[in-house]
Design a protein around this ligand. Structure first.
Ligand code: PLP
Length: 416
């Protein structure tokens, strides 16, 4: 190879091996060689039921299959169908809307599109975006793609508590050198740990950011990534923190990434919304305008069929109730698998990061690559992260959980 590159200077050198899809390939090879019974595929972030079949919400499946072609396939408006936008806001807040705020939504291709629009529209080129050290890998990709820089803080202290002083210190540090700060909280049911921020942690953080915002030159954008919110507990218990977004100054903007990928198990239909919450009508209107413009300039419109489905959920209580009930069954399935894994982990002395819900559990590791390779010798496929191993409990049948913690402990303590 000559090293010659045709790429523009900002694009040269881009490219990465997707950690998850790399492991998935190995798992599929093992499946072909040894059969389903012998393989544990803990890599993919989609739900497989206890028979190891792809899980869909039957109500969603029925509704989509009966949808007329025009609704399924035609263009949607650039910002999203109005009924969809209304329903996305209702689904995100489920009755926990903060008072005296202006809330606007714009359709995006999944939560990914929402994350992209927030990163791009609320940070300057070259600026740092604050993400915890345990994070969903594509944040880094999206940040780099848009010529920003990722800055991390340690998410947990030595007692595995959320490291709130670390977020504060890093925020202060960044606010000294830049006037805009975008900070990401993926909660509840954080990927990859399963952590959910507590109400008191939200209160403390918002008070802190209010103090920072007394300097009117500073613009603080908080992105709450809600990808797993519907797989942690009931809608009534998972959204209490949202009422705290009341009474914030106009230079603090709350943004949310709402996704139908997990909430409706509709990963491939690429639908979600970016939601903005502000005490200022002007900021909320600007939010709608600039994010709609980004849609047009990046991917045009979203998937009409998925938007129509959510719009229908918003106005048809029977359909909503069916979806909620079917999703609840899967949430319980996940929580049951997690409870068994965590119980066995405790019994064998395997350390895990705090899990409260969602699709993943993470085990810290000194050498995650070596440990996952060791596990793969036992046909267990999990994703090596920088400082740990991620188990997608969403894709492991309950019957395959017993012994998994012990095997992991063994892989961690072996000399490789
Ligand atoms: N945020 C987190 C933390 C995720 O794990 C995911 C998906 O895996 C997303 C956002 C976005 O997913 P999508 O673009 O499919 O909605």
């Amino acid at each position: 190879m000559s090293g010659f590159s045709m790429a523009a200077s900002h694009a040269a050198g881009k490219g990465e091996v997707d950690a998850v899809f790399g492991v998935l390939r190995l798992a599929n090879e093992a499946l072909a060689r040894h059969g389903k019974e012998k393989v544990i595929n803990a890599s993919v972030g989609s739900i497989f039921d206890d028979e190891e079949k792809f899980a869909a919400l039957p109500a969603v499946d029925d509704y989509l299959r009966k949808m007329p072609a025009e609704e399924l396939m035609n263009y949607a408006p650039i910002a999203g169908l109005p009924g969809f936008l209304e329903a996305a806001v209702e689904q995100a807040f489920q009755g926990k809307k903060p008072k005296n705020t202006f809330i606007r939504a714009v359709a995006t291709p999944g939560g990914t599109g929402a994350v992209r629009n927030v990163f791009y529209n609320y940070s300057e080129q070259g600026q740092k975006i604050l993400v915890p050290d345990w994070f969903w890998g594509p944040y880094r990709t999206i940040i780099h793609e848009h010529l920003r820089v990722m800055e991390n803080y340690p998410m947990f202290d030595e007692n595995n508590n959320f490291h709130i002083s670390a977020v504060k210190n890093k925020s202060l540090e960044l606010l000294q050198s830049q006037d805009s700060l975008v900070v990401v909280f993926n909660t509840p049911g954080h990927n990859p740990t399963g952590y959910s921020m507590k109400h008191e942690e939200w209160t403390e953080l918002l008070d802190f950011y209010k103090n920072c915002a007394e300097n009117r030159k500073k613009k603080i954008t908080i992105l709450v990534d809600l990808a797993y919110i519907d797989f942690v507990g009931s809608a009534e218990t998972t959204r209490d923190f949202m009422i705290l977004f009341e009474g914030l100054p106009e230079n603090i903007l709350i943004t949310m990434a709402y996704s139908m990928s997990k909430s409706f198990l509709l990963y491939g239909m690429r639908s979600g919304a970016v939601i903005g919450v502000s005490s200022s009508e002007e900021v909320a209107e600007e939010f709608f305008r600039i994010n709609s413009f980004s849609n047009r300039g990046v991917w045009s419109n979203g998937t009409r069929g998925a938007q129509r489905l959510l719009a229908e959920v918003g106005k048809n209580p029977e359909l909503k109730a069916r979806c909620d009930e079917e999703r609840r069954v899967y949430t319980e399935m996940l929580l049951k698998r997690a409870a068994l894994f965590l119980k066995e982990a405790k019994e064998v002395g395997l350390k895990t990061l705090p899990y409260h819900g969602g699709f993943f559990i993470t085990v810290p590791a000194q050498d995650p690559q070596a440990a996952t390779e060791k596990l793969a010798q036992d046909n267990i496929f999990a994703v090596p992260l920088k400082k740990g191993i991620r188990f997608a409990i969403c894709s492991i049948a309950l019957s395959k959980i017993p012994g998994l913690a012990a095997k992991t402990k063994e892989a961690l303590s072996s000399k490789y």
